[in-house]
Design a protein around this ligand. Structure first.
Ligand SMILES: Nc1ncnc2c1ncn2[C@@H]1O[C@H](COP(=O)(O)OP(=O)(O)OP(=O)(O)O)[C@@H](O)[C@H]1O
Ligand SMILES: [Mg+2]
Length: 308
């Protein structure tokens, strides 16, 4: 209940005189009430979403299938069954992503897998989450956009870019990453010095020991998650309106009024793919305060005019 993911909602609720009752402190699950209306919440998830619908949205494989059935652009995807099937999938696409089905924060996600050897390693890493299916996904090129809907209407968008370091002509990439991590204001915004970063660097023709020249900006990770050192920028005003229309359509298809849809957008090729949907999205900075206001306007319309 103390993390920013919950306090962004509860702080705004308190300002409006909405009562908060904690049901479970750690999960966290809490109940908001005002004027006789009660709503149970887990992140942005409330009892207004059906249990089956929630399952479809938070399971990356079900979501991918459901979107495909509805004509929405998604990367080709398969559930990992055995090495031969996985190698066939790799040959079909040339570059693939391996990921556990239900994790978050890029845990166990390996991007741009190109060889059978890398594939075996990636499957081993993803298998560390034993209760989950392992997914094989076509690797697509694009900038990560999250669009957020409240009451089926678009309210905010963020762009997430993978971690980068800037060369100084002296330090190697490992040192530059260490320095970047030491400077990170938020400990969860660090670049892991792990095998995935090593492999990502190799895929750009680089290594931990390479020394970028002064002023050169070097991408060091392929996942754009905040939790792997990525950067978040609010793009609510500038986001492509066409994408907004699709995001709202997707929220309606799922029947999830408060919804996050993650797109990889390739402007050059004029293409996009949906890679993830969140029915229990974490409402957090930088866009979170605005989203929390819309969220509470939606749940408790009577508190709307109490806004500062
Ligand atoms: N098919 C793909 N092609 C290219 N890159 C991908 C693909 N799938 C995932 N990625 C990259 O990996 C990142 C993490 O993947 P994904 O969003 O599926 O995992 P996650 O751990 O659930 O993240 P979140 O914390 O957002 O829930 C994405 O943000 C994107 O940068
Ligand atoms: Mg994601």
């Amino acid at each position: 209940m103390d993390t920013i993911y919950t306090t962004t909602i509860t702080d705004e609720a308190r300002r409006r005189g909405i009562a908060i009752r904690v049901i479970d402190y750690d999960t966290p699950i809490f109940e908001l009430s005002h004027g006789g209306r009660r709503v149970r919440c887990y992140n942005s998830l409330t009892d207004k979403v059906g249990a089956v619908t929630y399952e479809i949205a938070q399971d990356k494989h079900l979501a991918n299938q459901f979107l495909r059935q509805n004509g929405i652009s998604v990367p080709d995807q398969a559930v990992y069954r055995n090495p031969r099937q996985a190698e066939r999938f790799l040959r079909k696409h040339g570059a693939i992503v391996v990921k556990p089905n239900k994790e978050w924060g890029a845990r166990g996600v390996a991007v741009a897998i190109k060889t059978p050897w890398q594939l075996r390693q990636a499957v081993r890493d993803a298998a560390k989450y034993p209760d989950e299916k392992i997914l094989l996904e076509q690797c697509v090129e694009g900038v990560d956009h999250r669009l957020i809907m409240v009451d089926y209407r678009f309210v905010a968008a963020i762009e997430r870019t993978p971690a980068r370091v800037v060369g100084n002509g002296k330090d190697d990439i490992r040192t530059l990453i260490r320095k970047k991590n030491a400077d990170a204001e938020d400990p969860s915004n660090k670049v892991p010095l792990d095998n995935e970063t090593r492999r990502n660097l190799a895929s750009f023709g680089l290594s931990y020991g390479a020394v970028p020249r002064k002023g050169r900006r070097v991408q060091v990770r392929r996942t754009s998650n905040y939790h792997t050192g990525g950067t978040i920028r609010i793009i609510t005003e500038s986001v492509d309106r066409e994408l907004v229309k699709y995001a709202e359509k997707i929220a309606r298809l799922f029947q999830v009024p408060v919804f996050g849809v993650d797109f990889l957008v390739n402007r050059r090729a004029r293409k996009w793919w949906v890679i993830e949907t969140s029915a229990d999205l974490a409402i957090s900075p930088p866009e979170g305060e605005e989203v929390a206001r819309h969220f509470l306007d939606y749940l408790f319309p009577a508190t709307k005019r109490n806004r500062e």
